[in-house]
Design a protein around this ligand. Structure first.
Ligand code: FES
Ligand SMILES: [Fe+2]
Length: 441
């Protein structure tokens, strides 16, 4: 058994450091897929990706090809993308409409949107007297063990046991509340496609970077500086530079010591929050108009509550990084021990003025898309980290920064004052990793 080949996994993770094999060993990767990704709640997509019955989107959960589909009953189902006949994938396209039912391209078996067998060509004559028949559940496309949504965001778990979605999300569900509450209608809809980036590095390297408040003013300094220079020039000329320059220049103007002023909150199951740093309430006419619309929908007091939610990043371990004030998220899909896909999705606040969408879109394009220097600089670090970890240059990864100085309150670790760059989020993720990996089977 694979499990027995891997020496005691708890030896790989200490509270303040982790062995490099955790990132580079192919057997450990296979175990991670079994014990983490193919068990816990994994983000599939947003309900608005499949608005009509028959609409589907394919999604990878761990090593499993799945398909998220809207049924005639309007329910969203998540099924294994596999024909029960000879195993053909039912949906070869990334997304589309199945129409009235799924039809396998190999021998034309058909299935309802909930995966139940609909028809087999010449079934009566072909299968009489065999143990294959309509009553046999093996004739259906297999559904995910559990499917649940929170405010339109659909998750699936491939095992029947475990915490329900709301319990699993815990305080990290603020990511979805913050995204949706910023809409005057309390809802968002997906912008109907995403960027896809394949990184030559282990999936955990990407997640550890998300709340790494130390790196922006180092890794992104050159981009931030260049943006700042142009911003100053425009300010001189016109008195006011568009907010999009600030999105990039902040990487240079928020210097390394200032990042320590932010806070991280670290929750059970490896979820973490980085508090906000970026002023998103300038006094320009577009923002003021948006605030008026929001106040009309919710009242002044609630509007203030919504707009003062101070979040930059919410990490929902092990597969999602959400930037709720800017309505975007990145879903992490491991493809191999040294290969990771990220899907970068963007949402529109229903009922909000168009310029507010444009502003968030600028951040999406300037900071998170594959065409920005910000992302390119991160990707280079990820690849270089993975390559270094694969070498014999050392055995351990260090997460010692501010170790032992975080405040723990009821299972939540808060970084103390002036400890925003603490490696508490990385320690928290690895703590969850160790719990999942060494749990009783
Ligand atoms: S493999 Fe699907 S119908 Fe034969
Ligand atoms: Fe970065």
């Amino acid at each position: 058994m694979l499990q027995e080949n891997v020496a005691d996994l708890s030896k790989y993770v200490e509270p303040d450091r982790v062995r490099r094999e955790v990132y580079t060993d192919a057997q450990i990767y296979e175990l991670e897929m079994q014990r983490i990704h193919e068990k816990v709640w994994i983000y599939c997509g947003h309900e608005s990706q499949v608005p009509q019955p028959g609409d589907y989107y394919t999604v990878q959960i761990g090593r499993q090809p799945m398909v998220m589909v809207r049924g005639k009953d309007r329910k969203v189902h998540v099924l294994y993308n596999r024909c029960p006949h000879r195993g053909n994938m039912i949906c070869g396209d990334r997304h589309g409409s199945a129409g009235e039912f799924f039809r396998c391209s190999y021998h034309a078996w058909t299935f309802h949107h909930d995966g139940k067998l609909r028809s087999i060509p010449m079934m009566d004559s072909g299968y009489q007297g065999t143990r294959w028949g309509r009553d046999n559940p093996d004739c259906n496309m297999k559904p995910a063990a559990r499917v649940a949504a929170y405010r339109g965001f659909v998750f699936a778990s491939l095992v029947a046991d475990g915490p329900d979605l709301v319990e699993f999300l815990g305080r990290s569900k603020i990511a979805f509340d913050d995204i949706c509450d910023r809409s005057p209608e309390g809802e968002v809809e997906v912008v109907p496609n995403c960027f896809r980036v394949v990184q030559r590095s282990n999936w955990k390297i990407f997640l550890e970077n998300q709340l790494d408040a130390l790196h922006p003013s180092v890794t992104h300094q050159s981009t931030g500086r260049a943006a700042r220079e142009v911003e100053i020039e425009i300010e001189k000329r016109t008195g006011h530079a568009p907010l999009s320059y600030h999105m990039l220049s902040a990487f240079a103007t928020v210097t390394i010591d200032k990042w320590d002023a932010f806070q991280t909150l670290n929750y059970p199951y490896g979820h973490c929050i980085l508090t906000g740093y970026m002023g998103l309430r300038p006094k320009d006419p577009d923002t003021l108009e948006y605030e008026r619309v929001l106040a009309k929908a919710y009242g002044e007091k609630r509007k203030e509550e919504i707009l003062s939610t101070n979040i930059h990043h919410v990490l929902i371990y092990p597969g999602l990084s959400v930037q709720s004030p800017l309505q975007q998220l990145r879903a992490v899909r491991p493809l191999g021990v040294d290969k990771t896909l990220t899907e970068i999705w963007h949402f529109r606040l229903k009922g909000a003025p168009e310029p507010i969408y444009r502003r968030a879109l600028a951040y999406y394009n300037l900071v998170n898309s594959p065409s920005t220097m910000i992302n390119a600089d991160d990707l280079e670090n990820f690849w270089k980290c993975h390559s270094g970890l694969a070498s014999n240059g050392g055995d351990w990864v260090s997460f010692h920064r501010h170790y032992g100085r975080d405040l723990e309150k009821g299972g939540v670790v808060e970084t103390g004052p002036n400890m925003g760059t603490s490696e508490a989020p990385m320690r928290n993720q690895m703590k969850a990793w160790a719990q999942y990996m060494t749990a009783e089977k």
